[in-house]
Design a protein around this ligand. Structure first.
Ligand SMILES: C[S@@+](CC[C@H](N)C(=O)[O-])C[C@H]1O[C@@H](n2cnc3c(N)ncnc32)[C@H](O)[C@@H]1O
Length: 191
């Protein structure tokens, strides 16, 4: 399928799903390639094993796969099966998607990667998630990272920064304006 048609269909699928499930999707449009690049800049050097929370139509997923070495893995955790056809387009043996809530799926990630993964990238709408669940997700994510591993979150607010400071040795905030709406890219590095 031509890229223009694929992008149009992805935007339509994302927008339609966001209208049906506004509090779960949390944005009207898929992220731009500028956001994807800003996220990739934050990944640890030599990364091989990644997890993605909330891939949606795969706007970030495709770029993460491009940046992944041949022996790498990317496991995506997505709540909404409406995005399955979009994610099935990645015919890539390094890529797996589990249609589960992140909190339910994280123990499976821990079993699969007992030494910890290099990074977790998240687009889930933390600001719409109740505070106790938000805290559990951040704590459980820190647990699946290897020492020096990173949790990279893209969000419209800096809301997670204080919580990140509780769980990570180092916290960095970047800003990418070329997105509807602009995103903060918050990176926590495990000690
Ligand atoms: C803002 S969209 C991001 C989509 C895509 N990554 C992008 O940047 O265009 C958030 C995505 O997170 C998913 N999501 C929300 N809560 C989730 C949860 N608890 N577990 C797994 N996925 C979740 C939604 O279904 C949606 O696909």
């Amino acid at each position: 399928m031509k890229n223009g048609i694929r992008s149009f269909l992805a935007i339509a699928k994302h927008l339609g799903t966001a209208i049906l499930h506004p509090t779960k999707v949390g944005s009207l449009f898929p992220s731009t390639r500028y956001v994807a690049r800003a996220i990739i800049r934050e990944l640890p050097k030599g990364h091989a094993h990644l997890v993605e929370f909330g891939p949606g139509t795969g706007a970030i997923t495709g770029k993460l796969l491009e940046a992944l070495p041949l022996q790498g893995t990317l496991t995506a955790l997505e709540l909404n099966t409406a995005f399955k056809p979009s994610l099935d387009r990645f015919h890539d043996p390094r890529f797996t998607v589990l249609f589960q809530d992140v909190l339910t799926a994280l123990p499976e990630i821990k079993r699969k990667h007992p030494q910890g993964v290099d990074a977790v990238v998240s687009g889930i709408p933390f600001s719409l998630i109740p505070i106790p669940i938000r805290e559990k997700i951040v704590a459980a994510t820190a647990e699946v990272l290897r020492p020096g591993g990173r949790f990279v979150v893209y969000q419209s607010t800096r809301l997670l920064v204080p919580l990140f400071r509780e769980h990570f040795a180092e916290v960095k905030v970047a800003y990418e304006v070329r997105n509807v709406f602009p995103y903060f890219i918050i990176t926590g590095t495990r000690s």
